[in-house]
Design a protein around this ligand. Structure first.
Ligand SMILES: *[C@@H]1O[C@H](CO)[C@@H](O)[C@H](O)[C@H]1NC(C)=O
Ligand SMILES: *[C@@H]1O[C@H](CO)[C@@H](O)[C@H](O)[C@H]1NC(C)=O
Length: 255
């Protein structure tokens, strides 16, 4: 089930993992968006509006801005080391396709901006997120060595994430950008359903294991989420910052 955690890093991200394009860039794609006043009460609503406008708009990417499509979002390879109690090992997922991020909506946004420092708290909601791909693991469970390998397909419904971040505004190439320094995200899931094969040699045993996992997913998730935070939180921070490097914020801020 470790692979379900890998997606958590993406629950609040609306695009990711892009290389920085060569300038000059053309930002007319954003021309209809409001310019936000930096007055605190107006800034939060304005950022929420921009998030909720850009999230569906950029789902197919944008060639000029070198933003690749993110619906689905493809993760070539993500690997976690896990060690807790009687379970030790590594799990790797390959070619995972994540679908649903374009429906991620900001419900509450609170932004504080002072002296170039930014504090942001955001609650987002995604009705459905599907992750499907290949997995491979090497696990030691008590005295038992397990090397499962196969396909998986996980569906998460009603995903609500509360994310708190702080960061700073900086200048580059005559533009202002925002960079995050810390991020703390708490995703809550309404329901989770796992399909997989290759856990055991025997498909009937697979089905039994999956039935147990699907029945007890809340307990498993409750243990896995904090245990794996050290992996996905830095990944989340890096992905956000890579996305933020693509779009200067002066287009969205009144002077
Ligand atoms: C993912 O894999 C494909 C095909 O192997 C490759 O073309 C692409 O550059 C890879 N993407 C990343 C981000 O590594
Ligand atoms: C994964 O499961 C969902 C829901 O059952 C389904 O819509 C989707 O097509 C499946 N994806 C793959 C790659 O099997």
């Amino acid at each position: 089930m470790h692979y379900t955690i890998a997606v958590l890093c993406l629950l609040v991200s609306f695009h990711c993992c892009f290389s920085v394009p060569a300038s000059p860039r053309d930002y007319k794609l954003f021309a209809d968006l409001p310019k936000c006043s930096t007055e605190e009460d107006q800034l939060s609503d304005c950022v929420k509006h921009i998030f909720n406008t850009l999230t569906p708009r950029l789902k197919d990417g944008n060639e000029e801005l070198k933003i690749p499509p993110y619906e689905p979002l493809v993760l070539n390879r993500t690997s976690f080391q896990y060690s807790s109690g009687n379970v030790n090992g590594r799990i790797t997922m390959r070619n995972a396709k994540l679908s649903g991020f374009s429906t991620n909506v900001a419900k509450e946004v609170n932004v504080k901006l002072k002296d170039g420092k930014v504090k942001l708290r955001m609650v987002t909601f995604m009705p459905k997120l599907n992750i499907a791909g290949h997995y491979k693991a090497d696990l030691q469970v008590n005295q038992l060595q397990l090397k499962p390998k196969g396909e998986f397909n996980v569906t998460l419904t009603n995903v609500e994430a509360t994310t708190i971040t702080d960061g700073e505004v900086y200048e580059k190439d005559g533009h202002r950008f925002f960079r995050m320094k810390n991020i703390d995200s708490n995703p809550k899931i309404g329901d989770l359903h796992i399909k997989a094969n290759g856990i055991f040699q025997d498909p009937e045993l697979d089905q039994i294991a999956l039935n147990v996992a699907n029945q007890y997913w809340r307990d498993i998730y409750g243990i896995m989420l904090p245990e794996t935070r050290q992996y996905w939180q830095p990944l989340l921070l890096r992905m956000f910052n890579e996305a933020l490097e693509l779009v200067p914020i002066d287009g969205f801020l009144k002077d």
